[in-house]
Write a protein that binds this ligand. Structure first.
Ligand SMILES: Nc1nc2c(ncn2[C@@H]2O[C@H](COP(=O)(O)OP(=O)(O)OP(=O)(O)O)[C@@H](O)[C@H]2O)c(=O)[nH]1
Length: 639
């Protein structure tokens, strides 16, 4: 959340290369400004706040330089430090000796450098007097450590320690003077010199709105410390009245307001106390200067602390407002459920949730979100949601949800658990995105894809079928339906190779219709064709699936018989011959069916046959012998 906090004044050199310093860009101009202010605040501190015990009760010049360092790049720090030497000599002129003045300059340089370095180291790139942690480090490192070290050096260099205090008492007064100076003035200068930002909490000193409160504070201070006019000299009263008054300004205007109120209080209290007036005048109390400083320390610490707390709270409030606005303006439905109450009731829904579901706020708040899925409880997405709720894990699912009017919509739900700083589960945030249109388009696309796939499949089936038909056509005799000669030769080559490799027998029958020319001549070619078809159908019906019937020539046919030896082949040839002899072939225009016979040559593969051609040749020779031998007979090759 820090990154979303409004930017603050009081930046480190790294983040603001050219600090504003009232628009003074040139380094010499800034040095001049700081030098003049150092001299002026130094003169005021020496003139008005020197305590009866010696050191200044409120040493302001170091605050000027520390603010300048916090707003400048580190490479310029040396110039500001060097500047402090001549100006310190000027301020101490006539009050202290030259070596002492040089010693005090050294102590002051030590203070601002140690302060600026340690603060920017620990507060990171952006130092802000609006942040509690930064103010804490500013007080501890600047006002505490740096001022403490510087005061030690100063007290050691001072000609003599005040009566009754000794070195440590002296050091304490010196330390508190320096620390108070830093705490009341540095925040104010950071506010004045910091970059111009459009924030209502910044640059309060440039606004006149709060001067009436300042006037009231001054009046209150005059009342408390103006003993000469009021007769009041109660230290308790100073605390009771001034602490709330300063705190009031800090609460209203943050750290800068607190520092501003503290500065006025410190200035009036010290000046009037030096004039022997008020509860801390030396006539009233022993060691009054120290007690006044302690009172001022209480004032300034509460002012800075309260101011920083208030500003940080306001910044967080602003950041929260920003987030709330973002959630409200979101185009997604957002619902927040309380995870620490049974059944996780909804504690927040944004406007979009109400408009998209149709429910009113009171119908949703306090209820579990399951009403969105109505009766449709058995969804895989819901199981995932239940599991995520149990395990306090994030999940993203698509759900079928229902509006108040019962209309179905698809909801892409992103569920995220929220944990407290201690790790306890406190809430679930559900961001719901209506994906009905996307889902519909998706379904349409899926349906179109399925239809396309079916069409593709059908097309592929038809292509395959057509290919098979074409293949069959290219290997089939168009008249008889028997295989053609090309197919026979391919098949025969395969079978011969197989028979040779595995030693299986292979035989073939070659048969020719006897005196077929007479059929054609007597009854015409159409009748001859019918006879050819009838013979093929009859022979095909007598064969095994592995056998191949092919048209070898005009009225010559071959039957290839794998795994068939000569005995079986002769038998097969005989069966065909007999079947043909007994088969009547009806023909249109003829009173009696035709009868034809065939002559069959049988050959069985042996070492004598190098290839299918040799086998067919042997069968052909045998068939010729059958013709010569009187036809309608079977002759086995080689017998
Ligand atoms: N109808 C028809 N006849 C055909 C076809 N192919 C060849 N032929 C005929 O078959 C006859 C074959 O006659 P040939 O070679 O003299 O033999 P054949 O008359 O059968 O006498 P042999 O074979 O000696 O018994 C011819 O008349 C051819 O025209 C065909 O596809 N259809």
């Amino acid at each position: 959340m820090d990154s979303l906090l409004p930017p603050t004044h009081g930046f480190t050199p790294a983040s603001i290369p050219r600090p504003h310093f009232w628009g003074l860009d040139a380094l010499w101009a800034r040095l001049l400004l700081v030098g003049v202010l150092y001299a002026a605040t130094g003169w005021l501190s020496v003139r008005f706040t020197l305590s009866p015990d010696g050191p200044a009760m409120l040493w302001l010049p170091n605050a000027v330089v520390l603010a300048a360092l916090l707003l400048s790049p580190r490479r310029q720090w040396g110039f500001f430090a060097a500047l402090m030497v001549p100006v310190e000599l000027l301020v101490d002129w006539g009050t202290y000796s030259l070596p002492q003045a040089l010693g005090f300059a050294t102590a002051n340089i030590l203070e601002v450098l140690v302060g600026a370095y340690t603060i920017t180291r620990l507060c990171g790139r952006v130092f802000s007097v609006q942040r509690v942690v930064h103010v804490g480090w500013f007080v501890v490192l600047g006002a505490g450590l740096a001022s403490g070290l510087s005061a030690l050096l100063g007290a050691l260099l001072h000609p003599q320690h005040p009566e009754g205090l000794g070195l440590w008492g002296h050091w304490l007064v010196w330390w508190l003077g320096d620390a108070l100076g830093l705490m009341v003035l540095t925040p104010l200068l950071l506010d004045l010199w910091g970059p111009q930002l459009k924030s209502e909490h910044l640059h309060l000193l440039r606004s006149w709105r709060w001067w009436p409160e300042t006037l009231l504070l001054v009046v209150l201070n005059l009342l408390v410390f103006g003993e000469r006019f009021t007769g009041l000299d109660s230290p308790a009263l100073s605390v009771v009245l001034m602490l709330p008054a300063v705190a009031w300004l800090a609460l209203r205007h943050g750290t800068v307001g607190g520092a501003w109120a503290s500065l006025w209080t410190a200035a009036i209290a010290i000046v009037l106390t030096a004039a022997e007036s008020g509860p801390y005048a030396s006539g009233n109390l022993p060691r009054s200067d120290l007690q006044l400083q302690e009172f001022l320390l209480a004032v300034v610490l509460s002012a800075l602390g309260l101011g920083a707390f208030v500003l940080e709270a306001r910044q967080r409030e602003n950041a929260l407002r920003l987030f709330q606005r973002a959630v409200e303006a979101s185009d997604d439905s957002i619902a927040i459920a309380d995870a620490q109450v049974d059944d996780f009731p909804v504690v927040y829904v944004n406007q979009k949730f109400l408009s998209s579901t149709g429910y009113r706020a009171h119908e949703v708040l306090g209820h579990n979100c399951r009403f969105l899925s109505a009766h449709d409880r058995d969804q895989p997405g819901l199981h995932a949601v239940r599991q995520a709720l149990q395990r306090a894990e994030p999940v993203q699912v698509s759900l079928r949800n229902y509006r108040k009017n019962g209309e179905l919509y698809w909801n892409q739900l992103t569920l995220a658990p929220v944990f407290s700083e201690r790790g306890a589960l406190t809430h679930f945030i559900g961001v719901q995105h209506d994906i009905t249109d996307i889902k519909r388009t998706q379904d349409e696309l899926l349906a179109a894809k399925a239809a396309l796939e079916t069409q593709n499949q059908e097309l592929e089936d038809r292509v395959q079928e057509r290919t098979r038909e074409l293949e069959l056509l290219s290997t089939t005799d168009p008249l008889t339906g028997a295989r053609n000669r090309r197919y026979l030769m391919d098949q025969a080559a395969l079978e011969v190779a197989r028979a040779h490799r595995y030693g299986h027998p292979l035989s073939c029958l070659l048969f020719d219709i006897d005196h077929f020319k007479r059929v054609n001549d007597a009854h015409g070619h159409d009748v001859g064709d019918r006879v050819l078809i009838a013979i093929c159908m009859a022979v095909q019906a007598m064969l095994r699936p592995a056998d191949t019937l092919a048209r070898y020539g005009g009225e010559e046919f071959v039957v290839l018989l794998p795994d068939t030896d000569v005995v079986q082949a002769r038998y097969a040839g005989e069966r065909i011959r007999k079947a043909m002899q007994d088969m009547p072939v009806p023909a249109p225009g003829l009173d009696t069916p035709l009868r034809v016979t065939v002559s069959v040559g049988v050959a069985t593969l042996s070492v004598l046959h190098a290839d299918a051609d040799a086998l067919f040749k042997a069968a052909d020779t045998a068939m010729y012998q059958a013709k010569v031998g009187g036809r309608n007979r079977v002759v086995v090759a080689g017998e």
